[in-house]
Design a protein around this ligand. Structure first.
Ligand SMILES: NC(=O)c1ccc[n+]([C@@H]2O[C@H](COP(=O)([O-])OP(=O)(O)OC[C@H]3O[C@@H](n4cnc5c(N)ncnc54)[C@H](O)[C@@H]3O)[C@@H](O)[C@H]2O)c1
Length: 258
């Protein structure tokens, strides 16, 4: 492991950590010395990630966790504390893109499912990890919002609403829990090459053209990689960012600079 110990001694819980951005975050946090709780609804890639981390000398364990299930969130937070000690870094990463339909075609069920994962999931995980952090008088919560939580685009309306909510939940919790030494920040990725974005492109007839069009949305000329976000998470999770709370870390290749 390429370990500089930037988060050594810390315990991190990453949701949606089996694939994509969450996977990159879990790997990097482990490489930098944290004990990492990998949680997801996809068990097989989660277990293989644990194996990969442990084989390179890191510390990780897997828990099956649907973030939309409050009882499961409560139980997992306790189980992680029992195994590794109090959680000091929470990465609220699990998210779904939901339906890509204009607002007047979105059903109430489609709206509710998206909100259950992207908004309630963040609420449940934050709620049940906070008591551990409050007791320790320290902690860093990192919420994955999106450029779609900052600016509009003519697609995925429920997703935009959810990521806007996460942006402001972050700021409110930053203010409420600052007296406990707990920092809460959001990260706003541009398009990052993950299964979520691959899935989005797979619905298009010419995928190469779709990829080019996505690349062109970013002034740096390409979509990002999961590690581009993981390095932001590492910084916000480490004590290097000890004076940062309630902020929005935009990692988007310039998408929102226009
Ligand atoms: N990829 C992008 O371009 C991009 C851009 C901006 C924001 N984001 C946000 O970053 C986060 C990660 O995105 P990604 O691209 O890696 O997604 P992804 O779909 O590639 O991976 C998401 C992971 O979350 C898991 N997951 C889904 N529903 C879950 C649930 N209910 N409970 C627990 N785990 C669940 C999946 O199994 C998967 O492992 C999301 O919150 C997403 O909205 C992604």
């Amino acid at each position: 492991m390429n370990q500089n110990g930037r988060v050594s001694g810390k315990v991190a819980l990453v949701t949606g950590a089996s694939l994509g951005i969450g996977r990159a975050c879990a790997k990097l946090l482990a490489a930098e010395g944290a004990a990492v709780a990998i949680t997801d609804v996809r068990d097989e890639p989660g277990h293989s990630l644990v194996e990969e981390i442990c084989q390179s000398g890191g510390t990780a364990s897997y828990w099956h966790l649907d973030v939309a299930d409050e009882d499961a969130v409560r139980a997992t937070a306790k189980a992680v504390e029992a195994k590794f000690g109090a959680i000091s870094i929470l990465v609220n990463n699990a998210g779904i893109s939901g339906v890509d339909k204009p607002t007047h075609e979105v059903t109430s069920e489609e709206w509710d499912r998206l909100m259950a994962v992207n908004v309630k999931g963040v609420f449940f995980c934050t709620k049940h990890v906070l008591p551990q952090m409050m007791k320790a008088n320290k902690g860093s919560i990192i919420n994955l919002s999106s450029i779609y939580g900052l600016v509009g685009a003519p697609d995925v309306p429920p997703y935009h609403a959810s990521k806007g909510a996460v942006r402001l939940m972050t700021k409110t919790d930053a203010l409420i829990y600052a007296p406990y030494g707990i920092r809460v920040n959001s990260i706003h990725p541009g398009f990052i090459w993950t299964p979520m974005v691959e899935g989005y492109l797979s619905s298009q007839s010419d995928q190469a053209a779709g990829r080019k069009a996505l690349d062109a949305l970013h002034p740096l000329g390409h979509v990002g990689e999961p590690d581009d976000i993981a390095y932001g998470v590492l910084y916000l999770g480490s004590d290097e960012s000890k004076f940062i709370t309630g902020t929005e870390l935009v990692i988007d290749g310039g998408y929102t600079a226009r």
